[in-house]
Design a protein. Structure first.
Length: 288
C-alpha cells in the first residue's frame, strides 16, 4: 500500500444555484485504517447476527454513529471521489444502429475500494497529483482516471509511486485518445457531467456520480481499439445502449458496489434525456 494525499471534504453548502464546498488534504493511510474498514465490519457483523447489537460495530460507533455524524463533514474524515459511466457514440453498422458503447468494470482484488465488485469506469479517489489547487476540481480527477484506467498512462497512477513530473497532464504527455478530446472543447463533441452527489452510508465517503459522454463517432472509429483497462480491473465489459434486456439484467446483478450502481442508474437517466435517438435504456425514475 502506497500512502498518498486525498482531498477531504470539510464544508458543503447546497442550494438551487448549485454546490459550494471546501477541501483539505488528508493521508490515504489514515483513511484506509479507519473509515475504509467500516463496510467490512458491517458485513462481518451481519453475517454473525442480522440485527447487530450495541457494541457489535465499534468502528462505526466511533466514526459514523448516526446521520448527524454523516452530515457533519467538518468534524470527521470525509474522503471520497468521482466515478463515471463512460458512453461512446458508435456509427451505424451492419450489426447495429448508431448507439453508445457503455463500459463496465469488475474491480480487481488488488484494489482497496470496491474489490471484486462491479463499477462504472473510470473510478478513483479525489486527490492531488502534483498541484494541490489545480487538481481540486472533480473533472481533474476524472480526466486523470481516464488516462490511467482506459488509456494506459501508468505514470499518473499515484498508487504505484510518487509523481516526478512537473505537469503529468500537460498536453504533450497525454495519450492520443485524450489529446484528441482535449483539443475539442465543444460540448457537442464530448463532455463530463455530474449526474448526482451523495454520502455513502457504508463508508461515509462523498461520491460524485458522473457521466463521460463522447458524441463524435469519429473518436470511436479512430481510438476504440486503444481502450484497455489497467490493473485495477479484473475485466472490462461493454454494452450497447440499445440493448435494454442486457442492461436491465446488468443493473440487477448483486455484485455492484453501492456507488457504482448509483452512477450507472444516473447515467441511464441522463443518457435518455440527451441522446434518445441512440438509446433504449431501462427506465430510471426518482422516488418521491
Amino acid at each position: 500500500m502506497v500512502n498518498r494525499d486525498l482531498y477531504r471534504l470539510i464544508d458543503l453548502k447546497i442550494s438551487r444555484a448549485g454546490m459550494k464546498g471546501r477541501l483539505a488534504q488528508a493521508d490515504f493511510i489514515h483513511y484506509a485504517l479507519t473509515l475504509d474498514l467500516l463496510e467490512n465490519e458491517l458485513v462481518d457483523a451481519i453475517a454473525t447476527n442480522p440485527r447487530p447489537l450495541p457494541g457489535d460495530l465499534p468502528l462505526r460507533d466511533r466514526y459514523l454513529p448516526d446521520l448527524s455524524a454523516v452530515l457533519d463533514v467538518g468534524t470527521r474524515l470525509c474522503a471520497g471521489g468521482a466515478l463515471a459511466l463512460t458512453a461512446i457514440a458508435r456509427p451505424k453498422t451492419w450489426r447495429h444502429d448508431g448507439d453508445y458503447l457503455l463500459l463496465i468494470q469488475e474491480r480487481s482484488n488488488q484494489v482497496l475500494n470496491g474489490s471484486r465488485r462491479l463499477s462504472v469506469i473510470p473510478k478513483g479517489f479525489h486527490g492531488p497529483l502534483v498541484d494541490v489547487a489545480d487538481d481540486a476540481p472533480i473533472g481533474a480527477t476524472l480526466a486523470r482516471e481516464m488516462e490511467e484506467e482506459l488509456f494506459g498512462r501508468a505514470d499518473v497512477d499515484s498508487t504505484v509511486s510518487e509523481s516526478r513530473q512537473a505537469d503529468p497532464m500537460h498536453f504533450s504527455r497525454l495519450s492520443e485518445p485524450m489529446a484528441w478530446l482535449m483539443e475539442r472543447a465543444d460540448e457537442r463533441t464530448w463532455r463530463m457531467e455530474c449526474t448526482g452527489f451523495g454520502y455513502n452510508l457504508l463508508t461515509g465517503n462523498y461520491e460524485f456520480a458522473s457521466l463521460v459522454v463522447i458524441d463524435d463517432e469519429e473518436w470511436w472509429t479512430r481510438f476504440g481499439g486503444q481502450i484497455e483497462a489497467n490493473w485495477e480491473s479484473n475485466n472490462l465489459r461493454r454494452y450497447s445502449s440499445r440493448d435494454r434486456f442486457l442492461l436491465d439484467t446488468l443493473a440487477h446483478e448483486p455484485a455492484w458496489s453501492t456507488e457504482g450502481l448509483f452512477a450507472l442508474l444516473q447515467g441511464f437517466r441522463r443518457l435518455t434525456e440527451i441522446g434518445p435517438e441512440r438509446v433504449d435504456l431501462p427506465p430510471v425514475e426518482w422516488e418521491t
